[in-house]
Design a protein around this ligand. Structure first.
Ligand SMILES: C[S@@+](CC[C@H](N)C(=O)[O-])C[C@H]1O[C@@H](n2cnc3c(N)ncnc32)[C@H](O)[C@@H]1O
Length: 421
């Protein structure tokens, strides 16, 4: 899988952290579908940028997902739309022309202290792009343009691109940076248009487009997986394919911090009617809302967790007494994760399948046996791991400089079946 195409299935419209590789997911899915051709739906409860769902669309499956991060929901909705605007390239060019013609100087963001993160000229150009995007009538078009603006923000802000945590560049470097959001947005829009349209062409060639629409159902919700059961009917999904967080965001991947600046330039109403701007109230809010991010009184306490996973207990007991909160964070994360598992499994059909991709992150230099803990928790909930595959990571964008994942060079893929009770 070293020869992967970076634009495969509109993969690169935004650099979301820890994205799965579309080609790998497609191959896994193909193997499962060969064995079980009756599968018609796929569900990803931690949908991220939507890689599982677009992989499912290559096979014409109904594709459903949810995520707690509004930016993930936006990206997934752009990629999995049933209908897209084929003239998007021209529209994007018009948006840039409209922005350039705009002479207003208002800064269109509620971001506190925006001068720290954006040069004045950068903030002005982003504001003019934002006003120009708002003038477009079609919701999918605006979503596509917001996703492109999000990547423009990522590339033109003063935040470092080498880490997912917010971390401003050194002052001398900031002073030298001369970037025009107009130019960056224009180039990105061109690339994003061609990758979206190439993906649609692939769907069409596979007979998955009928009357310009994807032939099956797709839908992505802005939801916390710990509360997700009300959205769908129990037993409704044939297959779950996902890659969950491997630990609390703060000590693994700070999806929230990475999304903080881009989300400050996007109209929340265009993402989802339930999207609330409080999610970016502070740089930590989204990460605190994510699995293991805060104390929540999960029904899964240390005792129940250890009863279900002896390896989790063994690992927790092996942690050195310092740094103090490693164990607490571990238990808090797994409490939330186990609660999500209960919800997710209820949504899977009686003998449905799951494909889990996980990495073994570290705490205090010790590797958490994430795949084994997951298999034990699944076992306790009537699911059996059929096989575990190991994949070397060549490209996955993980925070290698982050001590907690410095050792993550491979990931495990668990193929799981729910028992037929
Ligand atoms: C590893 S990423 C998913 C990557 C995705 N499979 C892809 O290929 O792009 C994990 C996702 O879990 C989401 N997440 C964390 N806590 C959540 C929760 N309580 N409910 C739903 N999603 C959550 C994060 O926002 C993040 O997008």
């Amino acid at each position: 899988m070293k020869d992967r195409d970076r634009n495969d299935s509109a993969h690169n419209i935004f650099q979301y952290p820890a994205m799965m590789v579309p080609k790998v997911q497609r191959r896994l899915l193909g193997a499962v579908l060969d064995a079980r051709p009756s599968i018609t739906s796929i569900y990803d409860p931690f949908v991220g940028s939507g890689t599982s769902l677009v992989s499912g669309m290559h096979y014409g499956l109904n594709a459903y997902g949810n995520d707690i991060n509004p930016l993930a929901v936006l990206l997934s909705r752009v990629r999995t739309a049933r209908r897209v605007e084929s003239g998007i390239g021209l529209i994007a060019e018009q948006v840039v022309i409209g922005a350039k013609a705009d002479r207003k100087r208002n800064i269109e963001t509620a971001l506190p202290n925006h001068e720290k993160w954006f040069h004045d000229e950068v903030a002005e150009e982003l504001s003019r792009l934002r006003r120009s995007i708002r003038r477009c009538d079609d919701l999918w078009v605006r979503r596509f343009l917001w996703a492109t603006l999000a990547e423009t923000v990522r590339l033109t802000s003063n935040d470092r691109t080498s880490t997912y945590k917010l971390h401003a560049r050194p002052t001398e470097e900031i002073a030298k940076r001369k970037l025009s959001p107009f130019a960056v947005f224009k180039d990105l829009a061109r690339d994003n248009c061609s990758s979206i349209l190439a993906f649609r062409k692939q769907l069409e060639n596979a007979n998955n487009i009928k009357d310009s629409e994807y032939r099956s159902d797709t839908s992505v919700f802005l939801r916390d997986t710990r509360e997700v059961s009300n959205n769908w009917s129990p037993g409704g999904f044939d297959l779950i394919m996902t890659s969950p967080p491997y630990g609390d965001n703060l000590t693994t991947v700070t999806y929230g911090q990475h999304s903080y600046l881009p989300l400050h330039w996007i109209d929340f109403n265009d993402i989802d009617e339930h999207a609330d701007a409080d999610a970016v109230r502070t740089t930590h809010e989204l990460d605190a809302r994510s699995l293991g991010g805060s104390i929540r009184g999960s029904t899964w306490n240390e005792e129940t967790l250890f009863e279900n996973s002896v390896h989790l207990k063994r690992f927790a007991d092996s942690l050195p007494p310092k740094p103090g909160d490693g164990r607490t964070r571990l238990i808090r994360f797994y409490g939330d994760f186990a609660e999500s598992l209960t919800r997710i499994i209820k949504l899977l059909s009686a003998d449905g399948y799951m494909i889990w991709t996980v990495g073994n992150r570290s705490i205090s230099g010790l590797q958490v046996p994430t795949d084994i803990v997951l298999s034990e928790l699944l076992d306790g909930q009537g699911c059996k791991v059929i096989t575990t595959l190991t994949r070397q990571i060549h490209h996955k964008r993980m925070p290698h400089r982050n001590a907690s994942s410095a050792t993550m060079k491979e990931e495990k893929i668990l193929l799981v079946r729910k028992s037929e009770k």
